[in-house]
Design a protein around this ligand. Structure first.
Ligand code: ADP
Length: 255
């Protein structure tokens, strides 16, 4: 059996009266590449934000690499995990956002060195060597000293990917990482993600509207609707022969 890397167990998330995730059960295996699709407001981003512990859950439990991310069982009662525990588990996850979120006052290489030094306590030389290697890997070896303002959107996004990888995560989350890019810059970012998936031992979860990429890249596509996974399956099946009426409507509206 495949090892489970991420597990949502009966997870419910509400904002006041709005139930965004409704008793969600969702497992991702180690090394699996999963794409999350669904209409706006269906909770796709919330799933990723909860994995980054940017949001608290109301009910249920989330596990990463076998460790509870949200609550811990103690004497039969559910209690919140300590900050120290959360930091450690969160360290297994890297996230890339739609709007890059680079530090504007730092060069590309400094962006990739900051957290390894301040969070992991790496010596500067080691952090710098790792950052340089990752910037080479995303094709920005000649832009290491550039500041975000001197980079194109696609280049900024590739720095953001290198920065997330510098923390050596086991799981990478991509939240609509090409949505803010001009169409001609989308390909260079998708190429980097494709390469990462092929060459690294990484579990990857991606929210995207790039259905062509999802089809080619994913092991599994999950269609979110009404706070649940309405349908999921291998991309050929889900795109080629959707069973759920909502999935069919969603996909046909994209054509
Ligand atoms: P998606 O990524 O599928 O578009 P989201 O996960 O961003 O959906 O949001 C799901 C729902 O939760 C939306 O209706 C959104 O308005 C609502 N929501 C998200 N964040 C908050 C928040 N901080 N406070 C209140 N409602 C929110």
């Amino acid at each position: 059996m495949k090892e489970t890397m991420v597990r949502f167990e009966n997870v419910t998330k509400r904002y006041d009266a709005l139930t965004v995730l409704d008793n969600l059960n969702f497992d991702v295996a180690r090394n699996e590449k999963v794409t999350i699709i669904g209409p706006s407001g269906s909770g796709k981003t919330t799933v990723l934000r909860m994995l980054m512990t940017l949001e608290r859950i109301n009910e249920g439990c989330i596990w990463v690499d076998g460790e509870p991310l949200t609550h811990m069982q103690k004497n039969g009662r559910m209690v919140l995990a300590s900050d120290q525990h959360l930091r450690r588990v969160r360290g297994k996850i890297g996230m890339v956002f739609q709007h890059f979120n680079l530090f504007p006052h730092m060069s590309a290489i400094q962006n990739c060195m900051e957290a390894p030094i301040s969070v992991l306590g790496l010596p500067k030389k080691e952090a710098e060597a790792r950052a340089a290697e990752l910037l080479d890997m995303v094709g920005l070896g000649d832009k290491k000293k550039h500041f975000p303002i001197q980079l194109s959107g696609g280049q900024k996004q590739r720095v953001a990917i290198a920065r997330a990888l510098a923390m050596r995560p086991k799981v990478m989350l991509f939240d609509e990482v090409t949505s803010a890019l001009d169409p001609e810059l989308v390909g260079e970012v998708l190429n980097v993600i494709r390469k990462l998936g092929a060459e690294h031992d990484l579990t990857m979860l991606m929210v995207t509207h790039q259905m062509g990429f999802a089809k080619e890249f994913s092991d599994r596509v999950c269609f979110f609707y009404g706070g649940k996974i309405a349908e999921q399956g291998p991309p050929e099946r889900l795109f080629g022969n959707p069973q759920n009426e909502r999935t069919r409507q969603f996909l046909s509206a994209l054509l």
